[in-house]
Design a protein around this ligand. Sequence first.
Ligand SMILES: CC1=C(/C=C/C(C)=C/C=C/C(C)=C/C=O)C(C)(C)CCC1
Ligand SMILES: [Fe+2]
Length: 547
Amino acid sequence: MEIIFGRNKKEQLEPVRARVTGKIPAWLQGTLLRNGPGMHTVGETRYNHWFDGLALLHSFTIRDGEVYYRSKYLRSDTYTANIEANRIVVSEFGTMAYPDPCKNIFSKAFSYLSHTIPDFTDNCLINIMRCGEDFYATTETNYIRKINPQTLETLEKVDYRKYVAVNLATSHPHYDAAGNVLNVGTSIVDKGKTKYVIFKIPATVPGGRKEGRSPLKDAEVFCSIAARSLLSPSYYHSFGVTENYVVFLEQPFKLDILKMATAYIRGVSWASCLAFHGEDKTHIHIIDRRTRKPVLAKYHTDPMVVFHHVNAYEEDGCLLFDVIAYEDGSLYQLFYLANLNEDFKENSRLTSMPTLKRFVLPLHVDKNAEVGSNLINLSSTTARALKEKDGQVYCQPELLYEGLELPRINYAHNGKPYRYVFAAGVQWSPIPTQIIKYDILTKSSLKWGEEHCWPAEPLFVPTPGAKDEDDGIILSAIVSTDPQKSPFLLVLDARTFTELARASIDVEMHLDIHGLFIPDAGWDLGKQAPSREAPARAAAGRAAPQT
Ligand SMILES: CC1=C(/C=C/C(C)=C/C=C/C(C)=C/C=O)C(C)(C)CCC1
Ligand SMILES: [Fe+2]
């Protein structure tokens, strides 16, 4: 398992042409851009956790039935500092690092103090975010790194704190039809308050964006939600949106700020400051996007841990939202590299299965409804919302499917009624062994799987002009545990889940986390790729994409 997880991957700077078997649809032209950890040791030092690894970007450029692969380490400040020192000098999620090997007691004390309020890492290894014509590698701290999606070069370091007061922010933003970004971050003990801040980054600005001006300059706070506790805000990894509402879960998986403030002195990682509180509830916050204020009703459910929201929408006066839920916070424990070794099957057993759950909330709570009555009357679901004595609403979800993670949908249906969830299928371990298409309407599923194959998050790309929700293809980067088998990009027909093509790559590839597809039509050729050939010309010459 060392090969898949703990071993450092080589970057592939020159695009390599893949061996394509089957037929890639002619309309599929663009770049699949992905992010994930690639380097787990620096010099003699090693990271403890898989989420600590230095970000390795990789891309698959699909042009006229051919696929070109390349990869490059994100040149974050963290990467540069580590490489220069030839050891890990910046702390990550599961590894606390000590920059200066302190020579005397005074400098040691000073060094501790200057780290009480930590400057987090810019090792943006989780996802890719699009802001107008710009692309950023993202993690969950206050930093994002602009990248060139074509050459995978690292550009500016952006500190969210310069534009909105957040110390942490998700790497799963939402986009509206115009490309405006909506995201959530946590503002920790700022002017005596800890809050969750929902902010918007406009894709364009009136009069056009000036060359070199960061879209972040035009970011605005949309709304904020006071955290229930000043010193223990919830940890969250994503959120949901409908046409008129934002769904934010304040779950009992919490960061302990006092523990974080003393972590450096105590020699423990950020991960050790994160804990699940099974005795607490999960509070469901619903913000009206029109008034930018929380709705009056108070909703809650049992303690759970959600990393990924799938989708949310409104129907008949109700708000429905689907999430992948766990019964506790043990998932992140499974990714310690010490467990991801030969005894991996034993050490990485899921104690709580990731389950697709549907919650349904009444948007208006009838004052006259009886205490204990179910406020949901939708024939499509068994989810319930019970009125409580104090007027609060207790939500009981419908269990839809067990054993799936890394969910994706046809994003044209984001915030709207939808039917299909594309996800990675997991069984006994958090590592996906299948790709699943789950049909919420018929409660049936289709699967793709192959021996020794570990699929990445399956991404849906719609056929141009598609009318049906599943008219499109699924892209997933597959790594293999069999050293004889090359990694490949899999192209599935999203409707039937049959394989259309695979593009095998004869170079090393890493297991990634998240990413996005950039259709060629979406390129602003002038800005993004000054030296890039027009797609038609590149195709004619059957050349690898130019840099
Ligand atoms: C560095 C750092 C953090 C990093 C969290 C990370 C890196 C989470 C990764 C999650 C993934 C990959 C989930 C996959 O679905 C925290 C906890 C926000 C706290 C502050 C410092
Ligand atoms: Fe995620």
